[in-house]
Design a protein around this ligand. Structure first.
Ligand code: ADP
Ligand code: MG
Length: 302
């Protein structure tokens, strides 16, 4: 099933799970319609269209997602910045036609990237962007937030054992039938048909940000979709980052942010956050894991 431009996979065990799956799918479609900035009339489309003028009324889950995204921006010193829209547009990610933008245009677009210029008001239920030309792109956080929402729908419908996976953003519910842990494969970023290893997890959420998912090649160089908000260029210090965290939103936001921060600063940040573990794959193929990740990662299947 295609949702948010990627594959939605829900595995639920138990009797009578059909209604729960149906409800989860409905929720996925609802959130996609709110958060897709390219969809005319979506809440994010309306916020972007009103940039520089009045804040726009949006649903509570949209305010909540933006407030969470702004907190991650603060936490990561702006490595995650959902106002990256103008820069994403210049590179052509999302439209499918990648190109290297002229430096002058990139510099102009970078002036419009600043999460501190997002205004959210939970009481009024509004979101606004302070300057004309700014635009939100929730590509780094929407899938994680949607996975958490689907997870809650399944749980409330009485499902006890499930895995929700939206384009590699995964959240686990309960344990798989007859086994204490789920096995989650970690792809080799240089050969995604191959697995580097497995995570054996009893719960939580996992997300991977990689340079192999959306990219184009020019002159033998890879230009991919995870951009450093300070430079406007693809972050180049790692090939992929996998994060294990309590919620899918945390895992999604942090996998993107740690990718931008790189294997030194990103690693330190992962170690400093309770309940967060990370696995970095460097461009040369070396793997760097936080201690908690080391204890759940296995190179070979059991
Ligand atoms: P994926 O979409 O493959 O799951 P991510 O979760 O890492 O990967 O999100 C990458 C997407 O987020 C990009 O396609 C773009 O839309 C947006 N983005 C890119 N760089 C940043 C950034 N530094 N901060 C916030 N969003 C970003
Ligand atoms: Mg992400």
């Amino acid at each position: 099933m295609l949702v948010m431009d990627t594959i939605l996979r829900v595995v639920a065990y138990g009797r009578d799970v059909e209604a729960a799956l149906e409800a989860a799918l409905t929720e996925a479609r609802r959130l996609e319609a709110l958060w897709d900035r390219h969809r005319q009339g979506s809440e994010i489309w309306r916020v972007n269209r009103s940039a520089g003028s009045e804040p726009v009324s949006v649903s509570p889950e949209t305010v909540a997602l933006l407030q969470a995204a702004l907190q991650f921006a603060e936490l990561t010193g702006g490595a995650l910045d959902v106002t990256i829209g103008p820069v994403v547009d210049l590179w052509g990610f999302g439209s499918g036609e990648g190109r290297i933008p002229p430096g002058q245009l990139l510099r102009e677009a970078l002036h419009l990237v600043d999460y501190r210029k997002v205004r959210t008001d939970a009481e009024r239920g509004t979101v606004g962007l302070a300057e004309e030309g700014m635009s939100l792109d929730l590509g780094a956080v929407a899938k994680g937030a949607a996975v958490d929402a689907l997870w809650s729908v399944l749980k409330e419908a009485g499902v006890r054992s499930a895995l929700v996976d939206l384009g590699g953003n995964i959240r686990l519910l309960g344990s798989p039938p007859g086994r204490p842990e789920w096995l989650i494969g970690v792809q080799d970023p240089r050969d995604p048909s191959r697995l580097l290893g497995y995570l054996r997890l009893a719960g939580g959420a996992v997300a991977t940000s990689g340079d192999y998912q959306r990219y184009f090649m020019v002159g033998g160089r890879r230009y991919h979709h995870i951009l450093d908000p300070r430079t406007g260029w693809p972050a180049a210090e790692v090939a992929s980052v996998t994060v294990w965290a309590p919620t899918a939103l945390q895992a999604d936001a942090l996998s993107t942010a740690l990718f931008v921060l790189g294997p030194e600063r990103g690693y330190e940040m992962a170690c400093s956050l309770p309940g967060v573990e990370a696995l970095f794959v460097l461009p040369g193929g070396q793997v760097k894991l936080t201690p908690g990740m080391q204890s759940v990662f296995r190179v070979n299947p059991p």
